[in-house]
Design a protein around this ligand. Structure first.
Ligand code: ZN
Length: 300
């Protein structure tokens, strides 16, 4: 579930450090499970909900309940999401994604779990990424369960909405743009082309549970890992925090790289408060991973 939207740090948190030594040590020992959040994609131009200027200050993400119950809410969602898709389609992986892919190629990782729906780890070359909250690349029909590529839906929406060119106030990490009701106007949604049912992006909405098989896959990755490295997540929602707790309870070191305090700090051996791209590039350098392997732009 992702219902907890408001959380303010309490006093029993780790102070942030700038020392990368524990992170480099964990990686050189191998078996590191990466858990990444929106903070790793901000350097690719996709803002965090909760960071400075985060979009939660502008609007609350749509819940699963709203989406399924209200046709007008769905129309609003798809108008925003269709516009946001153009931005996501242009986003490129950054040095942080590139470093994670390089760690994987060098055999240092037990796996990558991401809370992001932007596909940028895969674009940078990471393999076997578990997308905890799904992916914007796919669409699912709520009636017949058919999956289809998002780019196909984007083409159908373009056709149904010729001339829809509003200028959005901003973009959110879940891939929707900020639009006023006036800008949404008479945007037309399109139905499932198999059964005529309601289409939803294959992402876990706020108020919706992560599929149990996916949670179990992640739990298994934690069991197999030597340590857990959290990159760019405030761990505000339980869907990610539970793996931090699992690792800590199993006595596995939890290391966090995040600018701000996180809800997992009490379980961590360190929290590095540095920008991710620079921090991970520095770590890669200390591990003698060649520079060409940590260029996040290679997949562009
Ligand atoms: Zn269908």
């Amino acid at each position: 579930m992702r219902p907890t939207l408001s959380w303010t740090p309490t006093e029993d948190l780790l102070p942030g450090t700038t020392s990368l030594a524990p992170v480099a040590d964990a990686l050189s020992a191998g078996g590191v499970l990466v858990l990444s959040g929106a903070g790793i994609s901000t350097e690719s131009g996709i803002p965090d909900y909760r960071g400075e200027g985060g979009s939660l200050s502008r609007h609350t993400p749509m819940t699963y309940q709203e989406f399924t119950a209200d046709a007008l809410a769905r129309r609003r969602y798809w108008a925003r999401s269709h516009l946001g898709w153009r931005t996501f389609g242009r986003a490129r992986p950054n040095a942080g994604h590139g470093a994670v892919a390089a760690f994987g190629r060098h055999g240092l990782l037990a796996g990558v779990i991401t809370q992001n729906v932007d596909g940028l780890h895969q674009s940078a070359g990471s393999e076997g990424v578990v997308e905890l909250h799904g992916s914007l690349e796919r669409v699912v029909c709520l009636s017949c369960g058919a999956f289809s590529p998002r780019r196909e839906l984007a083409r159908r929406l373009e056709e149904a909405n010729a001339g829809f060119e509003p200028v959005a106030a901003g973009i959110n990490p879940d891939g929707d743009a900020d639009l006023t009701d006036e800008q949404v106007g008479d945007f037309q949604v399109v139905p499932c082309d198999v059964c005529g049912g309601t289409l939803k992006p294959d992402v876990v909405f706020f108020g919706e549970a992560v599929p149990p098989q996916r949670v179990e896959r992640c739990r298994e990755l934690v069991r197999q890992a030597a340590s857990l490295l959290v990159l760019g997540s405030s761990l505000t929602v339980m869907s990610g925090l539970r793996f931090v707790r699992q690792a800590a309870q199993a006595g596995k070191p939890v290391l966090i790289v995040n600018r701000d305090p996180t809800r997992g700090d009490r379980h961590a051996v360190t929290r590095v408060a540095l920008p991710l791209g620079a921090a991970l590039t520095t770590v890669a350098g200390r591990l003698d991973i060649p520079d060409d392997l940590v260029d996040g732009q290679v997949a562009g």
